[in-house]
Design a protein around this ligand. Structure first.
Ligand SMILES: *Cc1c(COP(=O)(O)O)cnc(C)c1O
Length: 364
């Protein structure tokens, strides 16, 4: 078996142990004689998988009892609409922090449902930093504050959690945590709602995990489709309709893997070490450049450019020959991007750093 190192931003690498276990259980899950894909979502086998997945997530992320955990389809992109539809609760505006491609998409969608106050933006520097909280200009009558803790495309990560109370307002904080969820410890109680598409750091595409404080749901905007109402999903334990059962099962295996690895504190240590390998290299040669402000650099997505872009093709070709793939940067940024989520082993990042150093030495 030949596994390559896959630096894709998403769908992304999964732990090999998880894939092996899924393979072993593919045809016959725990003596049921069925694949998880073939099970009724309301049968006792799948109900036990769903319950364990939720319990493990609650344990790992320390989710308080007054929060609901929802397993939804529609990706993180559906949440761009579901958040305003459910959290406006009679208000007519919402605060958004604009730090890159994903927050802009969230803002564009929210504008269909309410007035959006851009509380802060890093557009002045091409979205290469996270605006300090004391610069945010909050609309105090708005329903919530939305931000993107990790901008997957730009590689900008907030190393801190905003606090609306420190801005003098009492409103829920909403986070699109798609590309940094479970990469570091998390204090759920500081958020009103967290959502994360699974295909970056948790599992396969097709599943979006939503963690929402109970008191915030149940007052959707008039005309909200049934499938877009959090309360409907919460009241039926995400079984109002058929949930994405196989992605839930694989995500459950990833959560077990995370627990075996020592949980989120242990994961954070490894993620810090992995990111440092790349950023240290980027900072010690002028062959490569990282556009992101030092203190706001993402531990999950590392964008960089070659000083001489005419070497881009050659870089990608040689990397691929070494089994290092999916390093081409997003079309909106150019250059390269290495996504190094939880499931990317330290060895993969080492191999990339070694290759980058050799390539720089050869072509300097
Ligand atoms: C990938 C991503 C999305 C979109 O996710 P889909 O599941 O494709 O809808 C949204 N926000 C962030 C931060 C992402 O990384």
């Amino acid at each position: 078996m030949e596994r390559i190192f896959n630096f894709s931003a998403g769908p992304a690498v999964l732990p090999v142990e998880v894939l092996q276990r899924a393979r072993d259980e593919l045809l016959d899950w725990h003596g049921s004689g069925m694949s998880v894909m073939e099970m009724s979502h309301r049968g006792k086998e799948f109900m036990s998988i769903a319950a364990k997945t939720e319990a493990d997530l609650r344990e790992l992320a320390g989710i308080p009892d007054n929060y609901k955990v929802l397993f939804l389809s529609g990706g993180a992109s559906a949440q761009f609409a579901m958040v305003p539809m459910n959290l406006l609760r009679g208000k007519t505006s919402a605060n958004y922090v604009s730090t890159g491609e994903w927050s802009r998409k969230a803002i564009k969608e929210a504008r269909k449902y309410c007035a959006v106050n851009i509380a802060a933006t890093s557009e002045d520097a091409n979205f290469t930093y996270a605006p300090a909280q004391d610069t945010w200009k909050i609309d105090a009558n708005a329903a919530y504050v939305h931000y993107t803790p990790n901008e997957t495309i730009g590689g900008v990560e907030f190393g801190w959690t905003p606090d609306p109370a420190r801005l003098g307002v009492d409103m829920p904080l909403v986070a699109d945590m798609s590309s940094s969820f479970l990469s570091r410890p998390l204090d759920v109680a500081r958020f009103g709602l967290i959502y994360a598409g699974a295909q970056k750091n948790v599992g396969p595409a097709g599943l979006c995990i939503v963690i929402v404080r109970e008191d915030l749901i149940g007052m959707p905007l008039a005309g909200t489709p049934t499938m877009f109402d959090y309360k409907i999903h919460a009241d039926s334990d995400s079984m109002y309709n058929t949930p994405p059962t196989y992605p839930m099962y694989i995500s459950g295996l990833v959560l077990e893997w995370l627990k075996e690895k020592g949980g989120l504190e242990a994961m954070e240590k490894i993620n810090i070490a992995k990111a440092a390998l790349l950023y240290d290299l980027l900072d010690t040669t002028d062959f490569y450049r990282c556009p992101v402000a030092r203190q706001d650099r993402s531990r999950m997505n590392v964008p960089f450019t070659l000083k001489n872009p005419s070497l881009d093709e050659e870089f990608l070709k040689q990397a691929k020959a070494r089994g290092l793939v999916q390093l081409k940067g997003h079309r909106s940024v150019g250059g390269m991007r290495a996504s190094i989520y939880n499931a990317m082993p330290l060895d993969g990042v080492r191999a990339l750093a070694e290759f980058m150093k050799e390539f720089a030495d050869k072509h300097a």
